[in-house]
Design a protein around this ligand. Structure first.
Ligand code: PLP
Length: 387
């Protein structure tokens, strides 16, 4: 199987697997226990926190380990709702992950404002400034890169605007971390991410807070994570997540250059072989691994199933948007029609995806295009005969 759905999840990297196994053997004891084995686990946990803090260029006390980005997004929005004045509002982009949008709607009710994106899928910061200046916001949340389109958002500018206007800024960097250098992300007041998008285990992630939110509390009933989050820490998974991340940061420049080149070669095959294909995100900054494509004909699910039969795993959108939640809110926000959204597929490679695999995917699209067209023309003929 050639896997092209890394934005949904990634396989455990070999270094993460090794670290996960050895941590389970060496550090399986509860870091909160009163004996030597626990003290060793606690030491290891704090060492990991230092490593994570150093990657994000922040202080160790700002790092909270948790179960992933859904938990991070939900708990921090809930915290902001509970700790703001009753008339305070939240400002979020209309292309955020559902774990931000739904959490905002549930906890802030009608006090949610949305920042629109342009037709190119990017937040236009000049439109944002008056909102920031005049709104009564207890939090602004804009992601670093979108999971469905891979389109990169101007989070650095938004961070600066928020700092200048004294409004806390949250960045969901789940799709950025492990693909692009994390420089300056640690300056966001809140930052969320998860291990399984970059070769770490599933069910582990982190929330970075800043000093002024030192009273942040998410789960009750345990004083783990310096009282920020109750629940026994999943040390082997935390260790494996950080090992995976450090691995990804090593050759990130070369990976980006190669993968971008090979992805573009794949897109050229597609443009040549499947007339009428439209590429979403052309001309704007996009993650090196992601391609979002509107096919000229046939529902996306038919393409996905045909490609699956040929040994290629691609997606119709985000893991959350595919099949279960109706048409993608991200593509809708960019102004695409329902008919176009139904014909859109997402392809997301990994750092180890080979040039050969990208080319083979292009050839597979060509084959599926021929098959689907042949099938629909023979169905049409059958219909004419039966009339
Ligand atoms: N935020 C973004 C941008 C994502 O892409 C995802 C995963 O699909 C999440 C949040 C949720 O992450 P997790 O699976 O760790 O809960």
């Amino acid at each position: 199987m050639k896997y092209f759905d890394f934005n949904a999840t990634s396989p455990l990297s070999s270094v993460a697997e090794e670290v996960w196994i050895s941590s389970n053997q060496e550090y399986w004891q509860n870091p909160s226990g009163p004996y030597i084995g626990s003290a060793r686990a606690k030491n290891r946990l704090e060492g990991l926190r230092e490593q994570m803090a150093s990657i994000l260029e922040t202080k160790t006390e700002n790092i909270i380990f948790n179960s992933g980005a859904t938990e991070g997004n939900n708990t921090l929005i809930n915290y902001c709702a509970k700790n703001s004045k009753s008339d305070a509002r939240i400002l979020i982009s209309n292309i955020e992950h559902p774990s931000v949008i739904k959490a905002a709607e549930v906890t802030f009710g009608r006090k949610v404002d949305f920042i629109p994106v342009s037709a190119a899928g990017v937040i236009e910061t000049p439109n944002l400034l008056p909102l920031i200046k005049n709104g009564n916001y207890s939090l602004i949340s804009v992601m670093a890169a979108n999971n469905e389109t891979g389109i990169i958002q101007p989070w650095r500018e938004i961070l600066e605007m928020c700092n200048e206007n004294n409004i806390p800024y949250h960045c969901d960097a789940s799709q950025w971390i492990g693909k692009l250098p994390p420089k300056n992300l640690g300056k966001c007041d809140f930052l969320t991410g998860c291990g399984h998008k970059f070769g770490g285990p599933k069910g582990v992630g982190f929330l970075k807070i800043s000093e002024c939110f030192a009273n942040f509390k998410s789960f009750y009933g345990g004083e783990q994570e310096s009282g920020h989050r109750g629940g026994t820490e999943n040390l082997p998974a935390i260790a494996a997540m950080i090992a995976a991340l450090e691995g990804k940061l090593l050759n990130s420049e070369i990976i980006k250059a190669n993968q971008e080149l090979w992805k573009n070669e794949f897109l050229d095959i597609l443009l040549n072989e499947v007339p009428g294909v439209k590429i979403i995100g052309k001309g704007v900054n996009q993650l090196w691994n992601t391609a979002s494509i509107i096919l000229p004909k046939h529902d996306n699910i038919r393409w996905v199933m045909r490609l699956d039969k040929l040994g290629f795993a691609i997606s119709t959108g985000s893991a959350c948007a595919s099949g279960r939640e109706g048409p993608s809110h991200v593509l809708k926000a960019m102004g695409y029609t329902f008919d176009e959204i139904k014909r859109t597929v997402r392809i997301s490679g990994g750092s180890d995806t080979s040039r050969k695999a990208w080319h083979e995917l292009g050839e597979a699209f060509k084959r599926v295009w021929k098959d689907l067209n042949m099938r629909s023309s023979s169905l049409n003929k059958a219909r004419i005969i039966s009339i």
